[in-house]
Design a protein around this ligand. Structure first.
Ligand code: NDP
Length: 305
């Protein structure tokens, strides 16, 4: 392995430590405790795991966690009424509605009902517009985590060629905006991109957010490039044996062929243990930032875009 391993787990612990320190100072000096409300509609098992983990980490950094678990058949009217209450609640500085929502609920309508100043996921149309025009926004957590790791590794990103593979609203597009904000020359690739290996080969920074196991090949990577692997893909792992019901065990892999890429890249994030842990850490950072902004206090350094 020649690449430096970017340890997202350790980095996330550092971010949580910074958040906890700032929260303690806020409590002591101002008597303010940041609060995060998480709304879960339905009983999707993966979403329940995420929400539990978010609540636990929120409390661990000294913030208040408010969990709202609603039945799958909740009406749009009731969900919007809850969001209205949370918007008006002075103890709630961040609101996160866990996605995906059940099919009968209009996701865009629900997200855009959140007060943009409390939209710690950064998905509200106002925050998307603010980010797109280079203004102070709430920034989506996963790309914010990627940016933090890249800044930490490179110092300045100015002038570097960056390729973002994927153009989703939650990862690819905001990632491209953030890299542009740091003066990278940015290419956004997607399923219609021609000759992707050649496009990737020109990049000093590659962010892969595709959702396909081992999609980015080692020989696509420019020697010395930084590779940020956002993908989370579950693949069969027969080497781990089988479950009691006979089904083969699985493991998580990224969008990058890590084994091949690590010998070419200058730096690389692993999966698991790379981008994943940074996402919740950045959610906590965003909640703290939202709290500081609403109270007109100095924002935490190094935790915002
Ligand atoms: P989406 O499915 O919304 O977007 C995938 C993107 O990949 C699309 O823009 C699509 O292009 C592009 N794509 C698909 N096939 C190809 C191809 N053959 N060549 C080039 N581009 C292609 O996914 P998300 O952005 O939501 O997530 C991406 C990955 O990141 C997933 O594995 C997801 O699980 C993971 N993820 C991880 C998070 C974390 O915390 N670590 C958080 C969020 C996501 P087109 O637009 O043309 O269809």
């Amino acid at each position: 392995m020649t690449a430096t391993l970017i340890d997202g787990k350790a980095f996330a612990a550092t971010v949580r430590g910074k958040v906890a320190t700032h929260v303690a100072r806020l409590k002591e000096a101002q008597g303010i405790t940041p609060g995060l409300a998480v709304v879960l509609v339905g009983d999707d098992p993966a979403s329940e795991v995420y929400v539990r983990s978010k609540g636990k980490q929120t409390v661990e950094v000294g913030m208040n966690s408010y969990e709202h678990k609603l039945p799958a058949e909740t009406s749009e009217e009731d969900l919007l009424a809850l969001i209205e209450r949370l918007n008006a609640d002075k103890d709630v500085h961040g609101i996160l509605v866990q996605l995906p929502l059940p099919a009968h609920l209009d996701e865009a309508l629900v997200i855009n009902a959140i007060n943009p100043a409390k939209d710690v996921d950064g998905f509200h149309i106002s925050n998307v517009g603010l980010l797109g025009t280079g203004q102070k926004a709430m920034v989506p957590c996963t790309p914010l985590g990627c940016l933090m790791m890249l800044r930490d590794h490179h110092g300045s990103l100015s002038g570097l060629n960056a390729v973002v593979i994927g153009r989703s609203n939650i990862v690819g597009k905001p990632m491209a905006q953030l890299l542009l904000g740091d003066s990278c020359t940015v290419t956004v690739a997607h399923s219609r991109t021609k000759d992707l290996p050649e496009v990737v080969k020109r990049a000093d920074i590659v962010v892969a957010a595709v959702g396909r196991a081992h999609f980015v090949q080692g020989d696509w990577i420019k020697p010395g490039a930084s590779v940020i692997d956002v993908g989370i893909n579950r693949i069969p792992a027969p080497e781990k044996g089988s479950h009691e019901d006979g089904s083969v065990k699985t493991r998580l892999v990224g969008d990058v062929d890590f084994e091949a890429a690590k010998d070419v890249a200058g730096a690389i994030t692993p999966v698991p243990g790379g981008v994943g842990p940074m996402t919740i850490a950045c959610l906590l950072a965003n909640t703290l930032t939202a709290c500081c902004r609403v109270h007109g206090l100095a924002e935490p350094e190094g935790l915002t875009a």
